[in-house]
Design a protein around this ligand. Structure first.
Ligand SMILES: Cc1cc2nc3c(=O)[nH]c(=O)nc-3n(C[C@H](O)[C@H](O)[C@H](O)COP(=O)(O)OP(=O)(O)OC[C@H]3O[C@@H](n4cnc5c(N)ncnc54)[C@H](O)[C@@H]3O)c2cc1C
Length: 293
């Protein structure tokens, strides 16, 4: 049997990426799979390698712009129960890559453990957060990481210590692997204080970010000692439209999907923002979102 059609491998036919990304943009994945465990994942990776088929790992799809024309390759989503578990042991937690950050924050708070609440409001998985080194207001998930277990594209399992993970602002070296799980080190804190911090962060997000329509969070990384949003705003681009995409009037580093926006609409606005900021400030903006186009 052709492995690309083998339902035992968790293959799911006809999956549209617009249904799997927070931007609600993206055509069909050539092959899409949700493996039920690590063994099936290994098989998929090896089959794809033999066929020279590119592999894309999808978390919650909250930082991805996918092409309307679809994606040539194998998209793997690690959302089955084998990848969403967590186990607390004192101040440590071993957590699966597919677990949503929101759940991790809740579970840590229930145990009076602090460290991950700073990720409140980030709509991603643990795996996506590791690869992107997700964070906000000067703190990131790397601050709590002890080690990360990954699979390489030959199906081998490796354990990577924090110091070797290459964590930098909104990036890491983990993207060249498949992140399976991580061990995080948290600290004891009064539950009420954690709850207070969560409430404060949610209020700050509500005030500064624009989540009224589908989006992928901040489009560009902040340049050193500045903010991409401030620079784009200073170029007078808030409210600028391309097709059915618009630069948010509230936060200029957010692009919103007005409904049926195309990936090319978003790319046009990104190009406009980059060009305008480069011309006015001599600053080159670097995309934070991953572009699967
Ligand atoms: C409203 C909104 C607010 C946001 N606010 C913030 C914020 O404050 N701070 C911030 O840092 N980000 C923010 N983001 C962006 C995004 O939520 C984070 O980058 C998040 O960590 C991405 O996780 P994900 O699971 O959605 O990953 P995806 O978007 O699915 O993937 C992102 C990258 O990680 C890779 N990846 C995902 N899982 C794995 C895995 N298991 N193994 C290997 N590679 C993997 C993908 O291939 C891709 O390259 C925001 C997004 C939105 C929509």
């Amino acid at each position: 049997m052709n492995w690309r059609k083998d339902l035992n491998l968790g293959i799911k036919p006809n999956q549209l990426l617009k249904d799997k990304t927070t931007f609600r943009i993206g055509g069909k994945a050539e092959v899409f799979a949700c493996p039920k465990d690590e063994e099936i994942l290994r098989k998929l990776v090896i089959f794809a390698r033999k066929d020279k088929l590119p592999v894309f790992i999808l978390g919650a799809g909250s930082n991805i712009l996918a092409a309307d024309s679809g994606l040539k390759g194998l998209v793997i989503r690690l959302s089955s129960s084998a990848f969403t578990g967590f186990k607390f042991d004192g101040n440590l937690v071993r957590v699966g890559c597919g677990l949503m950050l929101t759940r991790l924050i809740q579970e840590a708070r229930r145990r009076s453990l602090s460290g991950v609440e700073r990720l409140t409001g980030i709509p991603g998985t643990v795996g996506g957060a590791m690869v992107m080194n997700a964070g906000a207001w000067g703190k990131s998930i790397a601050d709590s990481v002890k080690e990360v277990t990954v699979m390489d594209y030959n199906g081998r399992i490796l354990v990577i210590r924090k110091d070797n993970a290459g964590f930098v602002y909104r990036n890491s070296k983990l993207g060249k692997y498949i992140v399976l799980e991580a061990v995080l080190s948290l600290v004891k804190k009064d539950k009420r204080k954690i709850a207070g911090a969560v409430k404060k962060i949610l209020a700050q997000r509500h005030q500064s970010q624009d989540n009224t329509l589908p989006n992928a969070g901040c489009i560009f990384k902040n340049p050193a000692k500045d903010s991409a949003g401030r620079l784009i705003d200073a170029c007078g681009l808030k409210g600028r439209r391309a097709g059915r995409a618009v630069i948010s009037k509230k936060h200029a580093n957010f692009i919103l999907n007005l409904g049926s926006a195309k990936s090319r609409d978003v790319l046009k606005l990104m190009e406009l923002a980059r060009r305008s900021v480069r011309n006015k400030f001599k600053v080159v903006l670097e995309p934070e979102i991953k572009i699967w186009c």
